[in-house]
Design a protein around this ligand. Structure first.
Ligand SMILES: [Fe+2]
Length: 202
């Protein structure tokens, strides 16, 4: 995939990549990566979220599924965890990948935040930690554990904090089985992705 493509070509390539590489199991859960991403985007849409947030929800785990050779970031930072908790640093890989394709800084920051938001929520809400799936609780340790001190204050003051938290909660809720028939497919987001890329390129 190359960033010199026009917006509709980039949207098409990216949706095709999500459909192709998202067929594998979502780490430790009973659904595919693709269905997980589609459920997250659908929740964002149902909540009346803006297009950037819906797009971020759709692609929040793109760094988890794209082939490793796809990004320089991936080659530099990636290590596959031997505890089956997914790619450590996948949020930064995904953000770098999307930035390279022309997505807005807001979309990239939101994608990059979904692990930080979990670290934030586990720091401020014990019930949130208890609500996480065991796979998600397990991966938290590899992601640095709950925020403390300066990291916690920094996240708290981020202007996108509320959007980051919303994305995280949709991410956590996007693990339902057998809801394919009522979950819109990736192609239904083609129009907003294309419009977004056209706008950022203008
Ligand atoms: Fe996710």
């Amino acid at each position: 995939m190359i960033s010199s493509q026009n917006p509709s070509q980039t949207a098409e390539s990216l949706v095709a990549a999500l459909e192709k590489y998202g067929q594998g199991d979502y780490i430790g859960e009973s659904i595919s990566q693709l269905e997980h991403c589609l459920q997250a985007a659908h929740q964002a849409k149902l909540s009346g979220a803006c297009d950037e947030l819906v797009i971020a929800a759709l692609f929040h785990d793109i760094g988890q599924i794209i082939p490793l050779e796809s990004t320089k970031e991936a080659r530099m930072n990636l290590r596959e965890s031997d505890e089956n908790v997914g790619r450590v640093g996948h949020e930064a890989i995904g953000a770098a990948y999307l930035r390279n394709l022309g997505f807005s800084e807001t979309v990239c920051r939101l994608v990059n935040s979904h692990v930080a938001a979990k670290r934030y929520l586990t720091a401020v809400n014990r019930k949130y930690y208890d609500s996480l799936s065991s796979a998600s609780q397990k991966s938290l340790a590899f992601q640095g554990g709950p925020f403390q001190g300066a990291e916690l204050r920094h996240f708290e003051q981020d202007p996108l904090r509320d959007e980051m938290v919303s994305l995280r909660l949709w991410d956590d809720g996007a693990k339902l089985v057998d809801v394919e028939s009522t979950t819109p497919r990736a192609r239904s987001y083609m129009e907003i992705i294309t419009a977004h890329l056209a706008q950022t390129a203008a």
